[in-house]
Design a protein around this ligand. Sequence first.
Ligand SMILES: [Zn+2]
Length: 149
Amino acid sequence: MRTQRQVVDYSLQKRAVLRELLAGRVGTYDVCDASPYLKNAARFHGEPTDRRCPICRSENLTLVHYIYGDELKQSAGQARTLTELPVLAMTLREFQVFVVEVCLGCDWNHLVEQYLLGRDGLTGDNDGISEQDATGAGGAGRRRREAQR
Ligand SMILES: [Zn+2]
């Protein structure tokens, strides 16, 4: 996505968990603990993948995108479909996305990555939105940053 930034990749942590599991230091009950909420989010807002679950190897993983940020108000912490994210990214200045992979077969779940989306990530010269059209949000952000000094 065009405004995606500050990406944090959690694949190392995931591999560490899988290693612990293979070594028998943690059990599948410890890592296959998807909550009913997470599983519902996966069913209704999830993004199917063609990657097999690393635990049961019988189901494909589903990616769930959770959004967080002050601008989201009551929507903060909710799951969104992948197609809804670019729309939000053009509406809001900045929000955080957490991507969780879930297996609906065995309840395996793990944080995959997190990143920021939102208009603040636009460089300004790559589409029809001019500085003026940005409703002064950039100015407000500058003022806020100055106030924090
Ligand atoms: Zn599984």
